[in-house]
Design a protein around this ligand. Sequence first.
Ligand SMILES: Cc1ncc(COP(=O)(O)O)c(C=O)c1O
Ligand SMILES: Nc1c(O)cccc1C(=O)C[C@H](N)C(=O)O
Length: 425
Amino acid sequence: MIAFEATRAWAEAQDAADPLRDFRADFHIPQHEGRDTLYFCGNSLGLQPKGVRAAIEAELADWSGLAVEAHFRGRSPWMHYHEYVRDAMADVVGAQPHEVVAMNSLGVNLHLMLVSFYRPTAARPAILMEAGAFPTDRYALESQVRFHGFDPSTDLIELEADGTGGTLSMAAIERAIAEHGHRIALIVLPGVQYRTGQVFDLARIVRLGHARGCVVGFDLAHAVGNLPLALHDSGADFAVWCTYKYLNAGPGAVAGCFVHDRHAHADVPRFAGWWGHDKHTRFKMGPHFVPTPGADGWQISNPPILALAPLRASLDVFRRAGMPRLVEKSRRLTTYLDWLIRSRLDDTLDIVTPNDPAQRGAQLSVRVRAGRDAGRALFEYLEGRGVIGDWREPDVIRLSPTPLYNRYSDCLGAVEVIEAWRSQA
Ligand SMILES: Cc1ncc(COP(=O)(O)O)c(C=O)c1O
Ligand SMILES: Nc1c(O)cccc1C(=O)C[C@H](N)C(=O)O
């Protein structure tokens, strides 16, 4: 049990002793009335690493100075550019390098994975997902069920939340797989639920799903760069994620995709393009598609260099910090914010996110006890004072203390602003 204190002196002493404290200087912190905002929105859009500008400018310089020649003679030849982020990305998600690729955006990658890994039959047509999933996931899964000529009212099985605050128990997942497993072609669940911040046990879900013959994939938008992941060992068939949240690669940045090694040479249907073709013969320009082994084989287009450059710069920050150190600080920082809220705002806020540090990452979702209107009022009050969280309908405020740039004193500052709101509300 850590002994926390709700004093500025204590919080600032923690900041001074934080082994990751210097990483904050690697980021641009948005300003509010001449001071750093208290930025708790790294779960939606991570801050800009200072190295990003130089990374983009290097590619702009090669484009202006070398143009097409930069594919081969640039400082970082564009021909291989997507490969420059591969090892760092594989490290962050716990995968083998050939199991990951940076390409497209999350929603697009989800569809590409569904093309290959959702192969419904009359006997086994269904997809299992959570009710309340991020809209893209539901839209994508429902549209794929229809695309294959099946009926979402029977073949899209949506698991209802059964826990307080909208969480979903492992027991409910287990029951659904036991009951419907024989009809389920594919299970798609998140690594971290976007609204509640609940963490899912990937390896256990894969074991349960595979035991019933289901393919299992994950949307890791809110898990990547946030939790220690071991995607390869989890046995997941595929996973997709974006890189603009905890990975700080910028708005709409190039996303990530994982295909397990067991599918590296799989002869599965896929939507093909020249960049997924065997890289040794790609430029022979032959008419027949031969996929390059591993996740690279799902690429369609040549990569957007100017959009990949920020990802490269941001992964460099992760490589220097290391996921184990980030996770250690993250657990402590989120536990501190949780403790502050429970000890000082217990009459005002309910925390939706599980209390167990193993079941959450760097996010606390809170509800104002007085109801939705009071919640909106608090959210706007926070924004007006430079405390940046976000609002998720119907009534949740998300606050995400991210270990690369948030401080203990930020957590205390946010709680003090909420106390000020309470005393005038
Ligand atoms: C869980 C989840 N899935 C899907 C998306 C959609 O991502 P994109 O718009 O990058 O395709 C997001 C974020 O916007 C998300 O949080
Ligand atoms: N990508 C976003 C955007 O362009 C505008 C507003 C929000 C977003 C987000 O990423 C939202 C985020 N996925 C969420 O968890 O709600």
